[in-house]
Design a protein around this ligand. Structure first.
Ligand SMILES: Nc1ncnc2c1ncn2[C@@H]1O[C@H](COP(=O)(O)OP(=O)(O)OP(=O)(O)O)[C@@H](O)[C@H]1O
Ligand SMILES: Cc1ncsc1CCO
Ligand SMILES: [Mg+2]
Length: 262
């Protein structure tokens, strides 16, 4: 059964809060998506900072409003820096988000992803293959891409959320957001969002921004998914392919209207 859609008036009030507070997001993300992620955060009204050296990362994560850990181009040095940042974030109650890119097939990142589950991410956001792999030891997708359907991964997402005590987001044609007990679904977007790299990685950064806001964390995280779906759908209608999609997507995020969402 499909979970309910997030009501527009909830997303609208969360967008207003996001724009008013402009959360600072400490991004420890992969090499492929650094600039796109920073631009997505700026376009929607949050603020990015990519601080990656271990000593600085541990100093910075308590100052930021949220921390993003994305394992897309994990190295031994980055692993060390990410652990330092997560521990410092936890000591200062800064929420942190895990994006388990390509978890399952590759041993080093898979071991790291399982290790940090014990450090209580506030949210885990992945595509269907990543969530299935993390929840049930399944072998993962095709590299960084999903080969599974998001709805089919919802039971695994719910079980993972319950086991870890966190919120899990599975993205795809629809996005599903669950704390293991209650779930939202978010529709919109389009397949062109998967023909440019980093829409999922950037969503994880927006999720981090939104999970620093007051109120229901489940609603805040679902609203982040809603913002990206709406902007993606609008950008697809205004673009001719992946090249023109990216600027149209940034413009659509920038132009998201609180009144229109409501
Ligand atoms: N078939 C689809 N139809 C509509 N929207 C989609 C579809 N697939 C993905 N999306 C949207 O694209 C964005 C990225 O989701 P996806 O599941 O592709 O993440 P990902 O694989 O982690 O991406 P990346 O690794 O490139 O950052 C989300 O906003 C999601 O809702
Ligand atoms: C393509 C790619 N390779 C490692 S990380 C990444 C970005 C998408 O997750
Ligand atoms: Mg991804």
């Amino acid at each position: 059964m499909q979970p309910d859609l997030l009501p527009g008036h909830i997303a609208a009030s969360i967008l207003l809060q996001l724009r008013t507070t402009s959360p600072l997001v400490h991004c420890m993300t992969n090499d492929v998506v650094q600039s796109f992620t920073a631009n997505v955060l700026l376009a929607i009204g949050a603020a990015p900072a990519m601080v990656i050296e271990a000593q600085e990362a541990a100093q910075f994560s308590p100052v930021a409003h949220a921390l993003l850990i994305n394992i897309g181009t994990l190295t031994a040095e980055r692993r060390h820096a990410m652990l330092a940042a997560i521990h410092a974030a936890n000591e200062s109650s800064t929420p942190w988000v895990l994006d388990p890119v390509a978890v399952g097939g590759l041993a080093f990142r898979t071991q790291f992803a399982h290790e940090v589950l014990a450090l209580k991410p506030a949210v885990i956001r992945g595509n269907a293959s990543e969530i299935l792999a993390l929840a049930s030891g399944h072998s993962g997708g095709r590299g960084v891409d999903s080969i599974d359907d998001a709805l089919s991964a919802l039971p695994a997402a719910q079980a993972l959320a319950q086991r870890v005590g966190t919120i899990v987001v599975v993205t795809g044609e629809r996005d599903y957001i669950t704390d293991g007990e209650n779930s939202w679904s978010v529709a919109g977007g389009g397949v062109l969002m998967t023909r440019v790299v980093g829409t999922g990685c950037a969503l994880s950064a927006v999720v981090a921004a939104c999970c620093s806001l007051p109120g229901s964390k489940l609603d805040n995280v679902a609203a982040a998914c809603q913002f990206m779906k709406i902007a993606g759908q609008q950008a697809i209608s205004e673009s001719r392919g992946p090249g023109s999609f990216i600027p149209a997507f940034l413009d659509a995020l920038y132009g998201l209207h609180v009144e229109a969402l409501a």
